[in-house]
Design a protein around this ligand. Structure first.
Ligand SMILES: Nc1nc2c(ncn2[C@@H]2O[C@H](COP(=O)(O)OP(=O)(O)O)[C@@H](O)[C@H]2O)c(=O)[nH]1
Ligand SMILES: Nc1ncnc2c1ncn2[C@@H]1O[C@H](COP(=O)(O)OP(=O)(O)O)[C@@H](O)[C@H]1O
Length: 204
């Protein structure tokens, strides 16, 4: 039987670069994690595709999924619901594959309760000034929403102690390399390699 995969949770304040770093990690051919596509009631941005970037849902549909227990976690973030479908996560971990979630902080704290053995990584901006620059440069939000997101971001940064690792997103490439190195190290720490070598020694 396969050993269960590792649940990897990347979180951090809005605008820090979670989506950018996640996309870069998944573009690298050696990445073996499975990305869990979230559900949201947010309207698609230009270029976003249903079933690839998110599963886009109405508020009614989303509330029904919550009531039916179909979400591992969910949160309301700046006026919209976001959530992780539980079935895909369970099935994929069961197959022995690592699942990667990219979610905001309230949701990550819920996942921590359900999966205390998960690997929780907090992506940190080099500074609050740089965080605001990134949100403004992205140009997807109005000024009111940017101010809301900055206010939420400060509260979110206070939660970083609840994570296993804090990774600075100074350069995208550095952040990706750090995350992949952490996952590799965690697999070793969790004895997979040790067990394999023990078995090898038993055979010899
Ligand atoms: N709790 C939770 N948060 C999510 C989920 N999917 C995405 N998010 C987070 O929701 C926040 C807003 O996402 P989005 O509207 O796509 O904007 P952006 O990531 O800031 O560009 C981000 O912090 C995402 O990481 C999810 O399934 N659950
Ligand atoms: N390391 C980085 N250096 C400079 N800009 C970055 C970096 N990482 C992300 N960005 C930019 O910051 C903005 C916010 O990134 P995004 O991935 O949408 O953040 P999040 O998903 O955390 O809300 C985007 O315009 C993105 O191109």
């Amino acid at each position: 039987m396969n050993e269960r995969g590792l649940l990897i949770v990347l979180s951090g304040p809005s605008g820090v670069g979670k989506g950018t770093v996640r996309k870069e990690i998944f573009e690298q051919p050696d990445t073996k994690f499975q990305y869990s596509i979230s559900m949201t009631t947010r309207k698609p941005r230009e270029g976003e595709v249903d079933g690839i970037d998110y599963f886009f849902k109405s508020r009614e549909e989303f509330e029904r999924l919550i009531a039916e227990g179909k979400l591992l976690e969910w949160a309301e973030f700046v006026g919209n619901y976001y959530g992780t479908p539980i079935e895909y996560v369970e099935k994929t971990l069961q197959e022995g594959k690592d699942v990667f979630l990219e979610i905001e902080v309230q949701g990550a704290l819920q996942v921590r309760k359900a999966f205390p053995e998960g690997l929780f990584i907090f992506l940190m901006p080099p500074s609050l000034g740089e965080l605001k620059n990134r949100i403004v440069t992205r140009g997807t939000e109005s000024e009111d929403i940017i101010n809301d997101r900055m206010r939420v971001a400060k509260e979110e940064i206070e939660m970083m102690d609840a994570y296993d690792y804090v990774v600075e997103n100074d350069r995208i490439e550095n952040a990706c390399n750090r995350i992949k190195a952490i996952v590799t190290a965690e697999h070793c720490r969790r004895d997979r390699v040790a067990i394999r070598y023990k078995k090898m020694l038993e055979v010899e």
